[in-house]
Design a protein around this ligand. Structure first.
Ligand code: PEP
Ligand code: MG
Length: 591
């Protein structure tokens, strides 16, 4: 970014989570509506005002019926019936007649009349001692918001799938399902008040290659829809109303970055091999079969992590065996003979389904998540494992289980896999009898029993995003404690080493598929610790390859030996930076 801010620029600093620079109009999501003005109207305008109100009521009724239909199909008739109360508000003649009277007698606009009358009803209801009636106050306010939106021509919430023009999305937070919906053609970038580098939303942004900055504290309260901004996802800055000088300087930065990108692209068909001849498997993480294109386009050796839960988000129904089979088969066929590691469902944590009853938990990351759900919801697990097995006939597929915390879970999952294989044999459906099975190592307990787990798998994949949060007791989503989330913490370095040693003793390969794998500064440390494979967002593969091809494994091993003795995360990080900045300086220029 430019050395000094220019006058007229107003900049906000946050956590950079997805590199790239964009500029454009801001769209603020989830904001409270503009104040409702009271307009005095002429007699001649009153008929039109009544028509406007009636149109808004009809439109609102259609909207509610549509939501009710979706909820009833997705969640059940009982949940859908909640909206009956909303429809009743719209049909309440006493309310509507009173609004009409206010419009005509006071000669005011429909928004003001509806808001005043409905709010008076809601206030009265919320003061009543009866729980049922108090609930009706909430219904009344929900419906009022919809009617007012329609009267004011505001979208209920911008439809992220069908944005009308290119924009930078600003929001308090974006859930993984919001992010998954983003219409990439029109989302230039996004910035949020909260969040961290390893939240799934940040991971999605990298995979979609959308510049993103999180942890901007109160940005959603400080900017307005329609303002112009520049977002720098590499340095974690949002500049509101950038001056001409700033735009010019960023223009120069974009040109220099394009040259660096070109240099990285030159390596696409080169292998990830160190200067002293050590071949590293460098794979990509994907969320959908269509991402296979990006895997090839970025010169990866295959897929080290296919996060299948994204197939389940933003849908009205759970995808069944057939639908999943098509998706896994598509990825396998597109990348054949390259390997594709499919991870079974990792729901829970910050990934929830609208159509599945998931309990509200106090500690969702320690709760009903990942393999724990799969082992209990057998139908879902069965459909997924059968789909993966069937697709294994079409390419080089492997399966791995997320969040294994002990041997029992791994054995249970493997036993079910065998059961489903037997079913397929009986049904004469082909699959790869030798499909490899792996376990994610992302809990401290899995590290400590890695020697036992290694007897039952062909590979481990270190999920460092979770391993760090569980080992250091630092919520990966919480920007307030982001400074404590330290991948180079001595405990993490040692946990990785324990895993690698336990695995290699049994001939089990070790991959890292957490965000550490995509940080080129940490590449030498991971390779020095003996990790065999790195798997990261497709867009980060070229930078990691660039470092690998300038590194000697001997230097990496020295660095790891130092880190295993060192007592300070900051010192380990400083050594990692010293090494990587020395061998690949151009990669780390931020201007
Ligand atoms: C991890 O925890 O490092 C990982 C790769 O899994 P996820 O980020 O999907 O939890
Ligand atoms: Mg994980």
């Amino acid at each position: 970014m430019p050395e000094t801010p220019h006058s007229g620029d107003k900049s906000f600093r946050g956590i950079p989570v997805s590199a790239g620079i964009c500029r454009g109009k801001i769209l603020v999501l989830g904001r409270t509506r503009p104040a409702i003005a009271k307009l005095q109207l002429s007699d001649a305008a009153l008929t039109e005002e009544v028509n406007r109100l009636e149109k808004a009521l009809v439109q609102t009724r259609h909207e509610i019926l549509e939501i009710q239909r979706k909820v009833s199909t997705g969640m059940g008739a009982q949940e859908g019936s909640i909206f009956d109360a909303h429809l009743l508000v719209l049909e309440d003649r006493t309310l509507i007649d009173e609004v009409l009277r206010v419009i005509q007698e006071q000669k005011v606009n429909a928004e003001h009349a509806f808001h005043t009358v409905a709010e008076r009803y809601a206030t009265t209801l919320s003061a009543v001692e009866d729980d049922y009636l108090r609930e009706r106050a909430t219904d009344m306010r929900d419906v009022t918001t919809r009617v007012l939106n329609n009267l004011q021509g505001l979208d209920e919430e911008a439809d992220l799938r069908h944005l009308k023009e290119p924009c930078i999305i600003i929001s308090h937070d974006l859930t993984p399902s919001n992010t998954a919906q983003l219409d990439k053609r029109h989302v230039l970038g996004f910035a949020t008040d909260v969040g961290s580098k390893t939240s799934h939303t940040a991971i999605m942004a990298r995979s979609l290659r959308i510049p993103a900055v999180v942890g901007l504290k109160d940005i959603s309260g400080q900017v307005e829809t329609g303002q112009y901004a520049l977002l720098d996802g590499l340095n974690g800055v949002l500049i509101l109303n950038p001056s001409d000088q700033t735009l010019y300087e960023y223009g120069q930065i974009i040109l220099r970055q394009a040259t660096r990108q070109q240099r990285l692209r030159d390596l696409l068909s080169e292998p990830a091999v160190t200067l002293d001849g050590h071949r590293v498997l460098l794979s990509a993480n994907i969320e959908q079969a269509a991402d296979a294109e990006q895997v090839k386009a970025n010169g990866a050796d295959g897929v080290g992590l296919f996060r299948t839960e994204y197939l389940f988000l933003n849908r009205e129904h759970l995808p069944g065996e057939e639908q999943q089979y098509q998706s896994y088969r598509e990825a396998a066929a597109a990348l054949k003979p390259l390997p594709v590691v499919i991870r079974t469902l990792d729901l829970g944590g910050d990934k929830f389904l609208a159509h599945m009853q998931m309990p509200t938990e106090l500690n969702p990351f320690l709760g009903w998540r990942a393999i724990r759900i799969s082992l209990q919801e057998r139908d879902i697990f069965r459909a997924q494992l059968r789909a993966i097995l069937r697709a294994s006939a079409e390419g080089n597929l492997k399966v791995m289980y997320p969040m294994i915390s002990g041997l029992d879970e791994l054995k249970q999952a493997n036993a079910l896999l065998e059961e489903y294989k037997a079913e397929l044999r009986q049904e004469k459906i082909p699959f790869d009898e030798n499909m490899e099975v792996g376990a994610m190592i992302e809990t401290p307990s899995a590290v400590m029993v890695a020697d036992s787990l290694a007897k039952h798998v062909k590979f481990f994949s270190l999920g460092t995003n979770d391993l760090i949060q569980y080992s250091l007791a630092v919520d990966r989503m919480n920007e307030k404690i982001a400074h404590l989330y330290e991948p180079t913490h001595p405990a993490i370095v040692r946990l990785i080493k324990i895993t690698v040693d336990a695995a290699h003793k049994r001939g089990v390969r070790v991959s890292v598929c957490g965000e550490m794998a995509g940080d080129p500064v940490l590449t030498p440390l991971l390779l020095g610790l003996g990790v065999d494979e790195l798997s990261t967002a497709p867009s980060l593969v070229p930078s990691v390859k660039f470092v690998i091809r300038r590194l000697k494994l001997s230097e990496a091993r020295e660095l790891a030996a130092f880190a295993l003795e060192c007592e300070s995360a900051a010192e380990i990080l400083a050594r990692c930076q010293e090494l990587t900045w020395g061998i690949a300086p151009s990669l780390f220029e931020t201007k």
